[in-house]
Design a protein. Structure first.
Length: 226
């Protein structure tokens, strides 16, 4: 689990002005995920990021469910004009999709779009303009979630660099774990059942090991065939 060390984000008048200029929907996404820039706890880790919470998922579906389809269909691409807007779009595609469609194939349906935006952010340096290590981590997670070896290498590179910043230390171990699984199997076996892929005997044995999956208990049982 990611620690809650403070990342000391900037809160200058210019920063707040740029935040206020965002599309209101993008601002709502960021406020929900990280808190408002002038609120206590901004720039700190939040427990709900990496835990399965049905009430939190339901809240996201009610507030943001329609945004996921809009984002996937490129109707929110204007958000990428600013680093924070681009991050908000990545969160909708990469995180809200996972929460709102947990334990279904739709959880991964927007991953390719999230990865494209993350790649653009890194290439342009937009990721370096985000206000905390936690913000940057969510810009990098599409690399970690992709099954391509090149994406996993980029994930390791980005999260290793992030580990040297306050608040960024704990993300690297998760990046390593994802990369090791892709290196071993060429994919994430815990997704096989949801995506209609047949698991190999080695993958089935792996999925029966404690801590082998990143999904909910129900999805883990389905992946193991139990």
């Amino acid at each position: 689990m990611v620690d809650a060390e403070r990342a000391a984000p900037p809160r200058t008048p210019a920063d707040l002005a740029a935040y206020s200029a965002l599309d209101p929907r993008a601002r709502e996404v960021l406020d929900c995920w990280f808190g408002a820039p002038d609120a206590p706890g901004f720039g700190e880790a939040r427990k709900q990021w990496f835990s399965a919470d049905e009430s939190f998922d339901a809240m996201l579906r009610e507030r943001f469910g329609t945004l996921i389809d809009a984002a996937r269909d490129s109707r929110l691409d204007s958000w990428t004009a600013t680093p924070l807007g681009a991050l908000a779009l990545v969160i909708v595609l990469d995180q809200f999709s996972r929460n709102c469609h947990r334990d279904t194939a739709r959880a991964f349906a927007a991953d390719h779009k999230a990865l494209e935006i993350a790649q653009q952010m890194v290439a342009s340096g937009a990721d370096r303009q985000l206000p905390s290590a936690h913000h940057r981590a969510f810009a990098y997670l599409p690399f970690e979630h992709d099954e391509a070896p090149a994406s996993q290498r980029e994930s390791l590179h980005l999260f290793k660099a992030l580990a040297g910043e306050p608040g960024g230390e704990s993300y690297y171990s998760f990046a390593v774990r994802h990369a090791e699984i892709v290196e071993r199997f060429g994919r994430f076996p815990h997704r096989n059942a949801l995506l209609g892929r047949e698991s190999t005997a080695e993958e089935i044995a792996f999925l029966r090991e404690p801590g082998s999956s990143f999904q909910s208990r129900r999805a883990r049982k389905r992946a193991r065939g139990s």
